[in-house]
Design a binder for this molecule. Structure first.
Ligand code: ATP
Ligand code: MG
Length: 564
């Protein structure tokens, strides 16, 4: 009895940890509906991929892996108006970068145009499709709405022969754009508007990025997509919720086109993030208005932007796993994405010293002209990252905020008379400051205690503050860029006039920061922790060996709490 309960409990737990798509797939496998699993990611090459697409890619790829199936990358390139080769290339690069390995399973829907045409002919022959001469406006008016049933087209009862002849002529280019369409003959009184004789082919005299001028008729999405899935033997066609109402049409198409063992569509909720802009329309405007410097501006959440900012594929996979798969739309806190990149980089990256807001610290009792090399561990939490040699000398740069002339209580950093530890080096005691005519501090003076060298075993006294530093004579000047959310969500994402409520502080450029020599060789996309300042990544566009540019990926702390 006891044992049975335990088994039941384990089974229950497993069921809970499975998402609803997995439950459906396992049911299909158990019932023999399918004997394998095959998924796909079907982007339209009309823009760059974003974090929402990453979710779809990783979900589909993950399911294929979990059930030892296959995963296809298929371009849904059936609409020549908006598609470009540039986008095809960027999408392939992004999918690969995310780690969704499609091997040689790269397909283009446009390669199936001939088969789609044959499917349309089949429907005509079965009396399930007809050529219609109504204009787009008329078709719309005839369609009705939720409360009014549609009105049948006067061309609905053309003979099969006439339809075949007209459809052939459509293909041959005899008609102008919009003059004729092919429509499925389903049910103008259906409560589902998608089933009211939807248009499945239209005339468009337009060059296609793949097929050139071979075709002047193009299939509509709702007709093309199920056929693409069926041709590729997709089993589970996973898409987002807005297609739920289209599912009856999806099923109608694969059934009437007589595909064996047709795919089934399952919908899940889109991923939305707070404090960022995901809509293509808004991003395009930000790019055009010069507010961001392209689709990969580090403040955006396109995959290219996240990569440029310094996000790793691992961090995005962790994020997508944490978000899970839902049936209802909701927004996820951007801070959760930040949590994931921090977690991913914590033990993987070296912790270097970089001073973002520099002021000189002069050690008056350190011999002039002398330099020494100190061995500093790269990551105190991960010994396997080893150590590096860091030059130390009489003049250092430290952060301006690490000194206060009149400190409040509990300020443990530098102030006159106070002793602090220079990380990996010595204890120093502040003796005074130099100021310019306006009273601005130009240098801080201190003395050091040679006995306190880090690693010397010195245990004489304790200090409460530790600060980071960079030796002035060996430092390199770099630019650092700090980011905040691009829109001010607190005050509402949109202004009254519908424009984006932009955060004026979304980008802060610090043109004169100093870094230690270990960072001189950093290449684009290399990332590091800058001690106490956050994680930074070498910018792939603007960084040069002469003047490196670092993007702050994320600060070290956050108020974000993991959901329980
Ligand atoms: P957008 O309008 O944001 O560019 P889209 O749906 O037009 O998105 P497609 O290229 O047509 O982009 O989509 C490819 C796949 O990605 C589709 O299966 C779509 O459902 C999925 N997808 C798009 N946006 C999201 C999102 N925010 N969350 C999860 N999946 C998404
Ligand atoms: Mg789309």
């Amino acid at each position: 009895m006891e044992e049975k309960n335990l088994t039941a409990e384990i089974e229950e737990k497993e069921a809970v940890s499975k998402n609803f798509i997995e439950i459906e797939i396992e049911k299909d496998l158990a019932e023999g509906v399918y004997d394998h699993v095959q998924t796909r990611f079907p982007p339209e090459p009309n823009g760059y991929l974003h974090i929402g697409h990453a979710k779809s890619i990783l979900l589909n790829y993950g399911l294929a892996c979990k059930y030892h199936g296959k995963f296809n990358l298929r371009f849904d390139d059936t609409n020549p108006t908006k598609e470009k080769t540039e986008f095809v290339e960027s999408i392939i690069a992004d999918v690969k970068w995310l780690g969704a390995d499609f091997e040689d399973r790269l397909f283009f829907a446009s390669d199936y145009f001939e088969q789609m045409y044959e499917c349309a002919v089949k429907l005509i022959k079965k009396g399930k499709a007809f050529v219609c001469d109504l204009s787009a406006e008329e078709i719309k008016a005839y369609r009705g709405d939720f409360t009014t049933p549609g009105k049948e087209s006067p061309y609905r009862n053309r003979s099969v022969e006439e339809n075949l002849k007209l459809f052939t002529e459509m293909r041959e280019g005899k008609y102008q754009d919009g003059e004729k369409v092919l429509r499925a003959k389903i049910d103008m009184a259906s409560p589902n508007i998608n089933m009211r004789d939807p248009v499945i082919y239209r005339v468009a005299h337009m060059s296609h990025h793949n097929t050139g001028d071979k075709w002047c008729i193009y299939p509509m999405y709702d007709f093309a997509h199920p056929i693409e899935d069926a041709i590729e033997h997709i089993t589970h066609s996973i898409c987002t919720l807005e297609f739920e109402d289209h599912r009856p049409l999806y099923d109608w198409v694969v059934r009437e086109c007589e595909f064996e063992n047709p795919p089934r569509q399952i919908e899940f909720a889109k991923l939305y993030l707070t404090n960022v802009v995901t809509g293509k329309r808004y991003i395009k405007k930000l790019v055009e208005d010069g507010i961001v410097d392209g689709w990969d501006d580090p403040r955006l959440v396109s995959i290219a932007a996240l990569r440029r900012r310094g996000y790793t594929p691992e961090s995005i996979r962790m994020f997508v796993d944490m978000v899970g798969v839902a049936k209802a739309n909701s927004s996820v806190d951007y801070a959760m994405l930040e949590y994931c990149i921090r977690e991913d980089l914590k033990l993987k990256r070296s912790r270097m010293m970089a001073v973002l807001d520099p002021v000189k610290l002069i050690i008056d009792n350190y011999p002039e002209g002398q330099m020494e090399e100190l061995e500093i561990p790269n990551n105190l939490e991960n010994e396997s990252l080893g150590s590096r040699m860091v030059p130390f000398g009489r003049e250092l740069y430290i952060e301006r905020e690490d000194f206060m002339e009149n400190p409040p209580k509990k300020y443990f950093r530098l102030f006159p008379g106070n002793e602090v530890r220079l990380f990996g080096a010595y204890f120093v005691t502040c003796t005074g400051v130099d100021k310019d005519e306006e009273g601005k501090i130009t240098a801080i003076h201190c003395t050091y205690d040679p006995e306190t060298k880090s690693g010397s075993g010195f245990t004489g006294r304790k200090v409460k503050g530790t600060i980071h530093w960079v030796a002035a004579a060996a430092a390199k000047e770099v630019e650092c860029r700090l980011y905040e959310n691009i829109v001010d969500e607190e005050k509402g994402k949109l202004n009254e006039d519908g424009s984006l409520n932009l955060n004026p502080n979304s980008l802060t450029v610090l043109p004169q920061c100093y870094v230690e020599p270990a960072l001189f060789e950093a290449k684009p996309y290399d990332s590091f922790q800058f001690m106490r300042n956050g994680y930074f990544c070498v910018d792939c566009k603007d960084s040069t060996p002469e003047k490196p540019v670092f993007n702050r990926i994320v600060s070290l702390k956050s108020s974000f709490k993991l959901p329980k």
